[in-house]
Design a protein around this ligand. Structure first.
Ligand SMILES: [Zn+2]
Ligand SMILES: [Zn+2]
Length: 396
């Protein structure tokens, strides 16, 4: 969970704000962005749950595209394959659009199932495809969706299925769900911004987006599809945008998701390409969402971070299967880089923030992307002047 420490760095007294990862605390593997037959995915929600549980995941969010929905049961509840909709054509950005354009008002209701409660608890007897009804306690499946009514793709994890007296919140404005989700304790972040909207102004100059919880620093759909332009897969990482947002002093966590649409492991939209390791006391929705809100997690494509600690004025990281560790600060500059699996960086005091990348040279897709190794991205730790207020977005 987020902590604040007042310490003496080499050149200044500073406040250090971040979520440090206790090696003894439980870590849980999560995929928080994938697609079922309720939008343009190939597997049913139950099949997705089986697939990820068998791979050792313990947290899932099936974030189907905004679509014509049956969640409140008024007419379309037997329609398993919802209409796929998307934003209007975009003026910039390259590459094929994954979905056909639709009119803006075609689907104002996102498709969200509450996988955390039984059909009886939900008062929805037609909800019979719920992993947690059949296999209670084995896998936490959070309600959520991927919205793109307003242009960018945005993932919501922990959207409240019963906000207020109504059944599902209908989006009256363009970004109402951001507030609704965060008010309920969930998180909202930009999906695959790299290659779509990686201009920092796109995030920083937009008052709603600026209040998002962060972005996908890794979207394995894009990471694996980016091979033509970049054999090392660097196109798959939204580091430029991430560093620009952090350099502006705005809180921004970085998620790793695979954006799975198919069980085909050889396909760039296949499963298990990127995930989020979450340090959460329990597998309750409340604890997991609290960890996501506070940055108590790492994005990974294969490297595991076993601890991230503050030792006096040093930040220490341990990533047993990493071969290289890089500490990054204000402006995206490299603070320290070493060929190692465990490293420690002594704070000077002017870093602004410190985030850590860990990588190795183990090729996960040698046929498709010969240069792409495995990575882990730690969440930023803020280095503030002593007595300075919390960064924008972290104020309570
Ligand atoms: Zn998307
Ligand atoms: Zn998606």
């Amino acid at each position: 969970m987020l902590e604040r420490y007042e310490i003496s760095a080499r050149d200044a007294d500073v406040a250090v704000v971040g979520a440090f990862l206790d090696p003894d605390a439980p870590g849980h593997k999560a995929n928080l962005h994938c697609h079922s037959t309720h939008s343009d995915g190939q597997l049913s929600p139950a099949e997705i749950a089986e697939l990820y549980a068998a791979e050792g995941y313990s947290i899932l969010c099936i974030a189907d595209h905004n679509s014509y929905a049956d969640q409140d049961g008024d007419g379309l509840r037997d329609w398993n394959l919802d209409g796929v909709v998307t934003s209007p054509p975009r003026p910039r950005g390259e590459g094929p659009k994954p979905h056909l354009p639709c009119t803006e008002d075609a689907g104002r209701e996102a498709y969200v199932r509450d996988y955390t409660r039984t059909a009886a608890e939900q008062g929805r007897p037609w909800v019979d495809e719920n992993w947690q009804i059949a296999r209670p306690g084995e896998l936490l499946v959070l309600p959520g969706f991927e919205d793109h009514h307003t242009g960018p793709h945005i993932v919501a994890n922990g959207f409240p299925v019963n906000p207020g007296a109504g059944d599902i919140a209908r989006f009256k404005g363009t970004n109402d769900y951001r507030e609704v989700t965060q008010d309920a304790g969930g998180v909202v972040y930009l999906a695959h911004p790299h290659g779509w909207d990686d201009e920092p102004a796109f995030f920083l100059n937009h008052p709603e987006r600026r209040r998002f919880d962060g972005l996908e620093v890794v979207n394995s759909f894009l990471m694996r599809r980016g091979k033509q332009a970049d054999p090392a897969g660097g196109d798959g990482f939204a580091r430029r945008l991430w560093d620009a947002i952090l350099t502006a002093g705005v809180s921004c966590w970085g998620w790793g998701n695979d954006d799975m649409h198919t069980a085909d492991l050889t396909h760039h939209a296949g499963p298990f390409g990127a995930w989020t390791d979450i340090w959460s006391d329990s597998l309750s929705a409340e604890d997991v969402l609290a960890a996501l809100r506070s940055g108590s997690f790492c994005a990974s494509t294969g490297v595991t971070v076993s601890s991230l600690t503050l030792n006096g004025a040093s930040i220490a990281v341990n990533a047993p299967n990493a071969g290289r560790i890089r500490f990054v600060g204000h402006g995206g500059r490299t603070l320290l880089e070493a060929d190692t699996s465990a490293a420690e960086y002594c704070l000077v005091g002017d870093e602004g923030y410190v985030r850590i990348e860990c990588e190795n040279d183990n090729r996960r897709w040698p046929e498709q992307q010969p240069g792409l190794g495995q990575w882990a991205f730690c969440q930023p730790v803020w280095i503030l002047a002593a007595g300075q207020g919390m960064p924008e977005g972290l104020e309570e």
